[in-house]
Design a protein around this ligand. Structure first.
Ligand code: FAD
Length: 309
């Protein structure tokens, strides 16, 4: 596994074999990181210590990944399907001549080895991929796997990693941005409440935020809502936005175009509120409310807050 270390990786890995975690760490952090990864279910934790991790974007971590792969000869290498995870997996695959399977929504094993499962064309098809030789490098979509492995006693090994000198971007300076919201990050959130053009205005979009806050969820949006200026583009869910797979996805005033579905169809439970009973979003919703969101959502928020007392 590669940094970042989302909880879904040890759980998924342990369904097909022995989960060995890899963490890149500046010297001195190995024991803490090792204990964290063992608590997530890693049978063994390999630590690639490097001062360069503080300034180089990815190459020292891929050096560690290559050293870890040489040590344990894995059948598959899993990373999160995040920007960093995709970068690491792609570089590892290129260096080692391995096959690369991106944005998997699950993994399994058959008699020939490890399979990665993908949801493609907006979720219209499920396809599997496998490597014909070597370790399959897989980026696994955050939220795609519910499985969590049991905590293990920490077994930590610090790797000796030779720097490859591979080209990399260097961080010369950075500025921390103040976190403007206490809501969870959209990618990887357990609950996502998204609003579409049906909200009608940026002011009305506070209804989406109210419901998200009542549920402790993240806020998302359709592209039509983004294009209309109701909310920032960073919140867009779909083919040209963020892909999410939360436990609960609530779509408010979203028709369910295929480009939107591509980014949320693998959510575990989908609830749609839409005044049009023929809206395509109802084809994939587990629960639907046909009604005016301006009537339904305030009642829903009041009911949730009432329950909380
Ligand atoms: P609409 O389709 O206009 O739907 C609004 C819905 O709100 C309707 O179903 C209506 O019945 C309902 N409604 C209206 N008023 C109320 C009310 N008072 N109460 C309840 N319901 C109400 N879209 C994305 O979302 N994400 C993407 O990443 C994306 N990428 C794209 C990429 C390409 C190349 C293209 C061509 C398109 C892309 N789109 C994307 C756009 C997509 O095709 C749709 O246009 C968009 O998803 C529609 O957004 P919407 O559902 O909010 O709006």
């Amino acid at each position: 596994m590669a940094r970042p270390r989302p909880e879904h990786l040890p759980g998924a890995a342990s369904t097909v074999g022995t989960a060995v975690a890899l963490a890149g760490a500046p010297p001195g952090c190995s024991q803490r990181l090792g204990a964290e990864l063992a608590a997530l279910g890693a049978e063994k934790v390999l630590i690639s210590e490097s001062e360069q991790l503080a300034t180089a974007v990815i190459a020292p971590f891929v050096d560690g990944l290559s050293a870890a792969a040489a040590l344990v000869s894995p059948e598959a290498v899993l990373t999160a399907n995040s920007i960093r995870g995709r970068d690491a997996a792609a570089r590892f695959a290129a260096r080692s001549g391995s096959a690369l399977a991106v944005d998997a929504v699950g993994i399994s094993r058959d008699e020939e080895g490890i399979l990665a499962h993908h949801s493609v064309y907006g979720g219209a098809y499920l396809v599997d991929s496998a490597a014909s030789a070597g370790a399959l490098a897989i980026t696994l979509r955050q939220g795609a796997s519910d499985l969590r492995a049991e905590a293990k006693p920490p077994q930590i090994q610090v790797l000796q990693v030779a720097a490859s000198g591979a080209p990399d971007a260097l961080v010369s300076s950075y500025q921390e941005t103040a976190v403007a919201s206490s809501r969870p990050e959209l990618r990887g959130a357990e609950i996502v409440v998204s609003g579409g053009r049906g909200l009608g205005s940026g002011e009305n979009f506070t209804l989406v935020e109210d419901l998200a806050d009542a549920l402790g969820g993240a806020v998302g949006a359709s592209r039509a809502a983004v294009d209309a200026g109701y909310i920032s583009q960073a919140m867009q869910v779909g083919q040209t936005g963020v892909t999410v797979a939360p436990q609960l996805y609530i779509a408010l005033g979203i028709s369910g175009a295929i480009q939107h579905r591509a980014g949320m169809q693998t959510s575990k439970t989908i609830i749609a509120i839409n005044k049009d009973p023929d809206a395509p979003i109802f084809e994939i919703a587990d629960f639907g409310v046909v009604g005016d969101l301006f009537t339904v959502v305030p009642q829903l928020v009041a009911a949730i807050e009432g329950k909380r007392g």
